[in-house]
Design a binder for this molecule. Structure first.
Ligand code: PLP
Length: 405
């Protein structure tokens, strides 16, 4: 007997759950790629991608995952030997930095560790010390998906301005777009990168880069820029094929178009953010409750620095690893592995896990995951304070009251 039989739930931070409507929109024969519905859908998608990022500048679409979109940013903006400051708050920031180094960019990492957000004062201080303005760009993950730290993008823009430094400001929103509040124009972001398979609820396979005219100007002299990755014709195509530098990702586009309609035209972006805030709050409440007097803790202590799309946590004595296995085998829920908190061969590797509450996720899904986790803790004799699932339920109830539902 297994209680896992039934619809499985992949509660990892990407790929996220895909709405049946998104999958349904993809379920069709090959479309005409020269005229008709696909062309119209692409024009709408470009407009909607700008709306979801609150960006009035440019957006380029790539057939590729988040790593591909990183490489698009890296090659469009920089020349070999350029200096870049990466603000790291976990494994993803480090990986972006590594991709840059391997291209021959001179990367300096300001490491904020695995438990706190990027500190604007330290960023300002570092930029002030760069009197010759050799640092060409400052890069940050809004949410580092490994640590679940969320940095304050607007405050970091303020830090760059306070130092009166001309560096470009680039933000990775791969785990946060369509989950956490993000405002490209208002927050003075120059470049932003995201992908289809997390908050945007579409299968992995599309990467996006938003960029303003300052970033566009920088790209004109970047010696790493190559014809395929060049963002300019993709963002301002004279002919349709230039959007994708070849065949369009036809079915992904139909899926993405449906997802963007759901986010922007049906639920509304502010309501999407509020839903993620509530479900993240429920998850945080559960862990805080379980951890009273026990070796269970959220990775990020400051609630303001916690992601609203993913939660990294520790359950000591290998509890996280055992619980993940139990949830998958016994209850049909797959939780995320701890990423970058301990190396896979380290004795404490099994102490970390992540719970995603990202994208097409509602109260019954997140409360279901948390209740399943509590059942697993009981079944496995993992020491915890009983009632985390109820603490989460209280947060959900309060959120519906606050929103007058
Ligand atoms: C998922 C993720 C990436 C990498 O995306 P892939 O599609 O796996 O290449 C990069 N940055 C962040 C913050 C992510 O969450």
């Amino acid at each position: 007997m297994s209680l896992a039989n039934g619809r499985p739930y992949l509660a990892i931070p990407g790929p996220s759950t895909m709405p049946d409507r998104v999958l349904g929109a993809m379920h069709r024969g090959a479309p005409n790629i020269y005229e008709g519905k696909l062309i119209e859908e692409t024009a709408q998608i470009v407009a909607d991608l700008k709306r979801v990022a609150l960006c009035s500048s440019n957006v380029a679409i790539y057939i590729g995952n988040g790593h591909a979109a990183w490489e698009a940013v890296n090659t469009n903006l920089f020349s070999r030997g350029d200096k870049v400051l990466v603000l790291a708050t976990g494994r993803f920031g480090m990986n972006w930095a590594r991709g840059l180094s391997e291209l021959g960019v001179d990367v300096e990492i300001l490491d904020f560790g695995l438990q706190s957000p990027a500190d604007p004062d330290r960023v300002s201080e570092r930029l002030r010390a760069d009197r010759g303005h050799t640092i060409k760009a400052v890069l940050i993950c809004q949410t580092d998906t490994a640590s679940s730290i969320r940095s304050d993008v607007a405050a970091l823009r303020g830090a760059i301005d306070a130092a009166a430094h001309p560096a470009l400001f680039g933000v990775d929103c791969i785990a946060s777009l369509g989950c956490d509040m993000f405002r490209f124009d208002d927050w003075g972001v120059d470049v932003m990168v995201s992908g289809s398979q997390k908050g945007l609820m579409t299968p992995p396979g599309l990467g996006f880069v938003w960029f303003n005219d300052k970033a566009l100007a920088a790209s004109k002299t970047a010696d790493l820029r190559t014809p395929y990755w060049n963002w300019e014709p993709r963002a301002t195509p004279e002919q349709y094929w230039q959007h994708f530098n070849g065949t369009a990702p036809t079915h992904h586009l139909f899926g993405l178009g449906e997802a963007l309609r759901m986010i922007l035209d049906e639920e509304g972006l502010e309501a999407v953010w509020a839903r993620h805030t509530a479900l993240a709050g429920a998850t945080h409440a559960a862990f805080a409750h379980w951890g009273q007097g026990h070796d269970i803790a959220l990775n990020v202590a400051d609630p303001r620095a916690r992601s609203h799309s993913v939660t990294a946590a520790r359950i000591g004595n290998g509890g996280a690893g055992r619980l993940r296995k139990w949830c998958e085998d016994q209850a049909g829920v797959t939780l995320g592995i701890g990423l970058g908190m301990a190396e896979p061969d380290a004795p404490n590797y099994g102490d970390f896990l992540r719970v995603a509450h990202m994208g097409h996720v509602n109260a019954h899904m997140t409360l279901g995951v948390l209740a399943v986790m509590e059942a697993g803790m009981i079944a496995l004799d993992i020491p915890h304070t009983a009632g985390g699932a109820t603490a989460a339920a209280r947060v959900v109830a309060a959120a519906t009251r606050n929103h007058g539902l």
